[in-house]
Design a protein around this ligand. Structure first.
Ligand code: ATP
Ligand code: MG
Length: 177
């Protein structure tokens, strides 16, 4: 989009309530409507098959979905391996961010990799600061570190008011996965 006076934003969806990843998906889909290209990198490979994996494939000319890492952190059998995978995923994400191939880069569940010291926060801050001026970056995940919140342009904290899980209702297709 030539001549457009665009300012790349750093956006963070954090908090304990539901809606962080789905907000990032919604944003990518909205941008695709303008012909904008998104690289959507998932840092935690869940054990479920999420609907967005197939839905986003239908927009594969504009949205690249990359699933990296293992189901790391809480249920890990090999923390060193997880750490290495998270580091590799971040090195890859860095290249994607510094390339000029996309309009938006989403780092989904990235806060966990930072909070478990799998990636270096200083490196993340430096990389975000020197990204292409037009590039929008989205980070999702609970407990976003203050250092990221400080340099972000947009921060939304999803607050749990109610979640069906607490009432013993199982995860629903199309809603949670
Ligand atoms: P979603 O992917 O639905 O937008 P999210 O990205 O905000 O959710 P995560 O913290 O990444 O949520 O958690 C992933 C899974 O846990 C999702 O299936 C989500 O519905 C569920 N979940 C999110 N928040 C809660 C909560 N407060 N209590 C129970 N389960 C939750
Ligand atoms: Mg999520």
């Amino acid at each position: 989009m030539k001549g457009e006076n665009r300012k790349g934003l750093l956006m963070i969806f954090t908090g304990n309530g539901k809606g962080k990843t789905t907000a990032a998906i919604g944003l990518s889909v909205r941008a695709a409507g303008h012909g904008m290209r998104t690289c959507f990198i998932q840092f935690i490979k869940g054990s479920w098959h999420y609907g967005e994996m197939d839905a986003l494939k239908r927009l594969s000319d504009l949205i690249d979905l990359e699933v990296m890492g293992r189901g790391f952190t809480w249920k890990s059998d090999d923390l060193e391996k997880d750490k290495k995978e998270a580091k590799n995923a971040w090195e890859h994400a860095k290249k994607v961010i510094l390339s000029c191939d996309y309009d938006i880069v989403v780092l989904d569940e990235f806060t966990y990799a930072i909070n478990y010291s799998m990636v270096d926060l200083e490196d993340v801050v430096e990389t975000f600061k020197k990204r292409p001026q037009r590039l929008h970056v989205v980070v999702t995940g609970r407990d976003a570190p203050d250092e990221l919140i400080q340099i972000a342009d947009l921060v939304t904290e999803m607050k749990e008011v109610k979640h069906p899980f607490k009432a013993g209702i199982k995860a629903q297709k199309g809603i949670e996965f």
